[in-house]
Design a protein around this ligand. Sequence first.
Ligand code: FAD
Length: 355
Amino acid sequence: MTDRDDPLMIHDVIVVGSGIAGLSLAQELRAQGRAPLVLERARGVGGRCATRRVEDQPVDHGLAFLHGRSAPFLARLAATLGSAGNIGWPHAGAGTEAAFQPRAFDQGEWRYAPSDGVNGFAKRLAVGLDVRLETRVESLQLAADRGDIWELRIDTGERLHSRTVALTMPVPSVLALVRQIDPPHAVLGSMISSLESIRILPCLTVIARYADGTPVPSWEASYSRASESRVVQAVLHDSSKRAGSPKLVLVIQGRPECSQSHLHDPPEVWTRMLIEEAAAVHGDWARTPDFVQSHRWRDAFVDVGTELAAPLVSTFDGGAVLGIAGDGLHSSGGAEGAYLSGVALSERLVRRIPA
Ligand SMILES: Cc1cc2nc3c(=O)[nH]c(=O)nc-3n(C[C@H](O)[C@H](O)[C@H](O)COP(=O)(O)OP(=O)(O)OC[C@H]3O[C@@H](n4cnc5c(N)ncnc54)[C@H](O)[C@@H]3O)c2cc1C
């Protein structure tokens, strides 16, 4: 959408990030008649709601399943996933610790593990949106001599403009952008200190696939207490979500403290360590996968209890509006918090954007 009296091409709203927060925000804005442009640095949408294909078999190597209890999120999951939702997974557990999001197994909590992977939820949520992939935002500044328009510099050198910008990346990436805003406006100070109070944890993750004939575990997810393992937080029996005759695939998630201390080590070091630990807990068979892939999530989850209650939004002196949403900006946390923060930010933004 352009503003005819302005020499710059002005987009109605620019949303940075196409994780669950960015997509829910953009869909709500679209439903209110706005024309959001979503910018995403990766090759696909979804962010941490991530699925890889290992010889065509989907494997969820970030968020393992979607869960929540709020009516708007559950309604969206049901409407978006339909019969592909695989409701209830994981059913059978091993180990004694709660899931990373401690409420995931509470009464009243619904769990969904889409058969085509959790990323299928993000892909369906993106339908109808104007999403520009492989577009990394490198800087955000007010346009020269004006306080009403943001200028976003993209990695290609291109510059995009809008009165209203919403940042929905993980908190450290949001902070990296807003700290560069020059001159540092008064309203930014309180935004930055609120964001700095959110604690982000890393997660080293290993996908391990096993040869045909390996005994298939009876459990779907196994969570260990710190006293049981200082290395592994969870082992997800990912292939138990899939229909047909999938190959046995586990996803092993490192404990946050262990992930932090090995974050800068070469992947082969911690990959072997996580596999050895999974074998120590679950049996020797787990020691010899026939295929392994690893992923270093620097900003995996928000430490429970450090989330802000709601998204942030500020109007600058000249009228430019900056909003911030994401899993750290809603008290529900996790994917549900990301979704709800996007919805909440859309309500706040539409009140501030000129019609
Ligand atoms: C291993 C793991 C396990 C998890 N387990 C659970 C769980 O059990 N329960 C639960 O609820 N949650 C869990 N989570 C967390 C959950 O996945 C996240 O809370 C949720 O997906 C966050 O969504 P988001 O939209 O806020 O952020 P993201 O999904 O991170 O989306 C942000 C997007 O911004 C993009 N981006 C970043 N920088 C830029 C830039 N400069 N320009 C353009 N685009 C940019 C990124 O590529 C990304 O697509 C887990 C996460 C991981 C990694």
